[in-house]
Design a protein around this ligand. Structure first.
Ligand SMILES: [Zn+2]
Length: 242
């Protein structure tokens, strides 16, 4: 058990939402750290956080896929955009690990612009781009760059908020105020992806597999984000090979 994270998370939960401890809760299983027990509420999202590694729902979806498929990042060149904290803790000492973001932070060890990645062609074995492209104005250029820096035979993992009722991605009309775009798409999002998202990845050259998760996994590991902007229930992961 990670005592310092555990104490920190319980204190935060007790201060922000003490009433959650009056409710009985099922034991959940974290796909990243293996902790089994009560998860903690985050704002309006019940049982969102693992107290042992701070993972949230979407982090555990990626964890479930990676762990379930025996994908080990040790010794690999990995480009990880906007790293999730529990993964950053796990991988930060790997020499080939690049946690890239628009600025250095507690969970970013490199400044990387997804539309202009300063690495040579085929440098990375793996790439994780989990809930990032919905923030990127030129997402096609971002996908092209991800394809370029991936090794032939390498794998990239993408996910975005998807509106499954839309056959096509909605791009806001030119001149629409940012506040209106955000009202429609969610905080800091610049578009609303539809069912054509995998086609966009395929169009830049990737072989794309769409990975879905069962409702049973959703419950066991608490994978579904339950809040107002949730449009898709269980997240999907698009596993892309070059
Ligand atoms: Zn955990």
């Amino acid at each position: 058990m990670n005592i310092s994270v555990f104490v920190q998370e319980y204190l935060r939960a007790a201060i922000r939402k003490p009433r959650q401890f009056l409710k009985a809760r099922l034991a959940r299983l974290c796909t990243i750290c293996g902790y089994e027990g009560r998860f903690l509420d985050v704002g309006p999202r019940p049982e969102a956080r693992c107290p042992n590694c701070s993972s949230k729902e979407r982090d555990r979806i990626m964890g479930l896929y990676l762990r379930g498929n025996g994908i080990d990042m040790a010794g690999k060149n990995l480009l990880h955009f906007s790293a999730e904290r529990p993964f950053f803790r796990l991988w930060r000492h790997n020499p080939g690990y690049v946690a890239g973001d628009i600025k250095i932070s507690k969970v970013a060890n490199a400044v990387v612009d997804i539309t202009d990645i300063r690495f040579e062609d085929g440098h990375f074995d793996h790439l994780i781009c989990h809930h990032v492209l919905e923030h990127v104005p030129d997402d096609t250029q971002g996908m092209r760059e991800c394809f370029r820096v991936l090794k032939p035979g390498g794998t990239a993992f993408f996910s975005v908020p998807l509106d499954h009722s839309r056959p096509e991605t909605w791009e806001p009309p030119a001149g629409m105020p940012a506040a209106e775009v955000e009202r429609i798409c969610g905080w800091d999002h610049v578009r609303l992806y539809g069912r054509d998202f995998p086609d966009k990845l395929a169009a830049v050259g990737f072989q794309v597999s769409e990975i879905r998760f069962s409702p049973e996994d959703g419950e066991r590991h608490r994978l579904t984000e339950e809040h107002a902007l949730d449009r898709q229930g269980l997240d999907r992961i698009f596993v892309c090979t070059r």
